[in-house]
Design a protein around this ligand. Sequence first.
Ligand code: PHE
Length: 364
Amino acid sequence: MSGPNTNYDPVEVAALDPQLIEEAVEAALAAAAGAASLDELKRIRGAHQGDKSPLALANREIGALPPSAKAEAGKRVGQARGRVGQAFTARQAELEAERDERILVEETLDLTVPSPYQRLGARHPISLVTERVEDIFVGMGWEIAEGPEIESEWLTFDALNIGPDHPARGEQDTFFVEPADAGVVLRTHTSPVQIRTMLDREPPIYVLCPGKVFRTDDLDATHTPVFHQFEGLVVDKGITMAHLRGALDAFVQGLFGEGIVTRLRPNYFPFTEPSAEIDCQCWVCRGEDSACRTCGGTGWIELGGSGMVNRKVLTASGIDPDEYTGFAFGLGIERSLMLRHGVADMRDIIEGDVRFSAAFGMEI
Ligand code: PHE
């Protein structure tokens, strides 16, 4: 910086030349206007407003002027710096506004757009198996029938030939609905739908009744207090056990595979006579692997109960047993599912974890 000098002539100090100051201002204004981004503005700002800029230099020279010249030069330089400062501030505000505007557009989140990573739900395998079984029977011309889960004791037991003193009545692990003497229970099997159907309509009857049933079992790997069954009922003229066998074979082939057959073993149910346990040929080894884990090497898998509808049950349902005969069967859906898909623990089926359901695919 120059020291005080009484002979100093401002016109000869290049930095204070009005022409040059005006040019410096023009250059600064043009640069500010031309800055396309905040970064660029910041970068060029030093050249026009920094310590080494022409106007800062001019400002420093004022100190060396004779007092008479200081005011005028100070005003000129001050105004010039003010204009430049304003231009940069204004451009900065403009660029900031543009940036904010752009960010609002560019970073807008459309919350209604479905995410490609969204985990899809899955239908529960109980629903899938139920529908598959329904399809098999509907394909044979049967109808689907449903009944209430809270059921009268009479339809659940008495009408099915399970009288009050019948041993089977005590073995059913029944949930009774309060008050205890109301004669209302949570149905322990889907068989009361047989009675409802027969009371409701005339033969010929070909129905499949899927639904929830309840027994006072504790939840463990192989038991659950709420599970699903499907009951089949046919009542028509001339129905024999051969028809039962044919229907069961068609069912197991539809669910487990071509060529699989069933086997009937004598059993007892109060509502059927004669009664039979249904075994299905093992669809994994077809009886050819004594170490098969699915059938335990026996070649057969137990599926459920069946038989010819007891004459007493037909009579209780208003059907003449001399004119009509019928067959019925009942199978557990959880059991069919566990067998068909190798599910080892019942709890996996009832917990409702979508990861379990998803493994069964989106089969519909
Ligand atoms: N209702 C019987 C049960 O739940 C199954 C069954 C149905 C047996 C129809 C024979 C005929 O155990």
